[in-house]
Design a protein around this ligand. Sequence first.
Ligand code: FES
Ligand code: FES
Length: 162
Amino acid sequence: MPISLRVNGRTHEVQAEPGDMLLSVLRQDLALTGSKYGCGEGQCGACTVLVDGQPVRSCVTRVSTLGIKPITTIEGLADGDRLHAVQEAFLEAEAFQCGYCTPGMIMATVALLRATPSPTDADIVKALQGNVCRCGTYARIMQAVRLAARRMRPSDSSGGAR
Ligand code: FES
Ligand code: FES
């Protein structure tokens, strides 16, 4: 049956069964392969995308539940050639090895920093604890999130105390 999905600012009509999972529709029907298939059970976060700004596991999200809610994938973050600040920070901090977990980590970070622009380390750990990195680059991921948070915060307009 035809299902309309609003992905990265565009409406797509796809032929899908109501029980089809968002991840397979993104990857197979829309050729958006940045979101990764890891566990397929909602446990690893590799498939994380934003729905209505909230991080969701697309491998366990049925397309029939989404309606016209806006979906953002890793492909929708950059502005033309300009990467999103979180993408820049992950690159700069070299916060990956194989990169398989990275799209999900980045999407979860974007959601965190929208809700909590100045996260503590505990906030970061809590927001990303469901995202697994098999390469164990957690220390550099923490650095990347801190860096992105610093860059994305509106600059301090006080000009410093006198
Ligand atoms: S692939 Fe979706 S949570 Fe692991
Ligand atoms: S960089 Fe390989 S799984 Fe995270």
